[in-house]
Design a protein around this ligand. Sequence first.
Ligand SMILES: NC(=O)c1ccc[n+]([C@@H]2O[C@H](COP(=O)([O-])OP(=O)(O)OC[C@H]3O[C@@H](n4cnc5c(N)ncnc54)[C@H](O)[C@@H]3O)[C@@H](O)[C@H]2O)c1
Length: 278
Amino acid sequence: MGYNLLKGKRGLIFGALNDKSIAWKVAEKAHEEGAEIVLTNTPVSIRLGDLDKLAEKTNATVIPADATNIDDLQNLIEKGMEAVGGKFDFILHSIGMSPNVRKKRGYDDLNYDFLQKTLDISAVSFHKVIQTCKKLDAINEWGSVVALTYVAAQRTLFEYNDMADAKAMLESIARSFGYIYGRSKHIRINTISQSPTLTTAGSGVKGIDKLMDFSERMSPLGNATADECADYTITLFSDLTKKVTMQNLYHDGGFSSMGMSKQAMIQYEKSFEEPDCD
Ligand SMILES: NC(=O)c1ccc[n+]([C@@H]2O[C@H](COP(=O)([O-])OP(=O)(O)OC[C@H]3O[C@@H](n4cnc5c(N)ncnc54)[C@H](O)[C@@H]3O)[C@@H](O)[C@H]2O)c1
């Protein structure tokens, strides 16, 4: 049951692929909270994923777009506004992909063309979305823009690879554009730093199951689920958080403030028989 937190609001949601996707959960909850939404993803993800099912469930319009392509974004935003009958009040950027991770190229053996793609898809696309919206004046005053990120932007996490650099850039874009869009239109821009989560993108992170176990033991509140992430995202789209902007907001059960926990220490002690590694 919803609270009508987004009643009368219009939203644009990037990145729902299947029912594991964080964006999928956000779309369901935004609909439950009374918003009218447009869903988008790349044509190939729409073909391979289940976006049409979500659209049916949330009464949403689907418009394909590659978020790195400005022409696609212009078309999406213009057609999107037509579909919902006005400017957007909130936008979710829930996009990430690294060809280096996919092709198993380690951080000390990066393919630089792949790195460009990682940065373009996972970080610069956020700038492209916001800049295109600003040029088309597509977001209402006091609107809210959110992107999803990970603590690897601040701390080194084994095997997160060039996605760490992309997330650092993504968070920086939220601050830099947050200033500009805040001054001109009172639009807030934030990133949510989410716990590791078993989604299609999450499964691409090497050793995700062990990482999730580790962060579960380290976090006093345990890992945050995709559903819980969606709840938090909805508060940022609502009018209850109008003065929150340019922030990287941890939604991780406390992981980012921990150094060592008893639960992790117990597991660590069990592993002393294991051979040493770098
Ligand atoms: N799963 C995790 O452990 C975790 C943790 C913290 C943050 N995040 C972030 O959450 C966001 C959503 O990921 P998810 O875990 O829900 O996985 P997901 O695989 O369901 O979503 C990633 C989405 O990015 C889309 N995408 C890729 N290239 C694109 C492009 N060029 N244009 C438009 N869309 C494109 C994919 O089609 C997919 O829908 C990502 O930014 C991810 O880095 C995930």
